[in-house]
Design a protein around this ligand. Sequence first.
Ligand code: HEC
Length: 222
Amino acid sequence: MASTQDTISVHHAPAPTDLRVRRLLLAAAAVAIVSSACDRRREPAPRGTVPAVTWRALEPSSLPADQQARITLATDARNDMFGRLMSALGQAMATEGTAGAIDVCRQRAPQIAQEVGAAHGVRIGRTSERLRNPDNRAPAWAQAFLSERPEAPVYALADDGTLGAVLPIRIMTLCLACHGAPASIAPAVRDALAMHYPDDAATGYAEGDLRGWFWVEVPAGG
Ligand code: HEC
């Protein structure tokens, strides 16, 4: 004699045709879901949109231990770039004079940023809120932190794992020849600056002034 359990299961077991219909419906639904997902993926991203990445500043007094090595990497890259810029500048000023050195600065500075970036596996650049070259505008994440004109390093972490560093640059005596008060800049230097940088906003500084910042991006896993 069949138990109650058997009876119930028999009663509720779908007929073979029912099962086939259900499988078909399920398969159709799966195809619909997959193809609509593919359609969505195939749609081109709207123009001018970049996947949103959120950045948050890291508290300087308690930098996470797992970020320390990456902060050192960012600082090393900055030191390397600063060293290479200073030696190119010193050499150019000695051999070409200050006005001639402007050309060297113009050509070498972006190359040095590329070389240092490649050597350290980072992206790096120099920026300021008073730019000489408009191409030196900071990436958007850095601009957000620069609006407060930080006088000390700022470190930030993106939700995609990128570490960002913003490191202040100050004016030294040597810089005044090209970034000092306009009246104190040699006429040949002023002319060369006016020719190459008609919108130059990077004069009028005194020694010790905050001139701008290095920004460094250390990619996730870097
Ligand atoms: C021989 C002239 C000269 C001297 C000296 C000089 N600079 Fe500049 N500086 C330039 C030029 C030219 C540019 C634009 C380079 C470019 O086109 O990327 C520039 C750009 C910069 C930038 C990038 C932001 C911007 O405004 O485009 C910073 C930061 C900067 N200089 C800081 C300094 C500091 C700090 C010193 C001293 C250590 C210094 N410079 C000395 C000529 C000079």
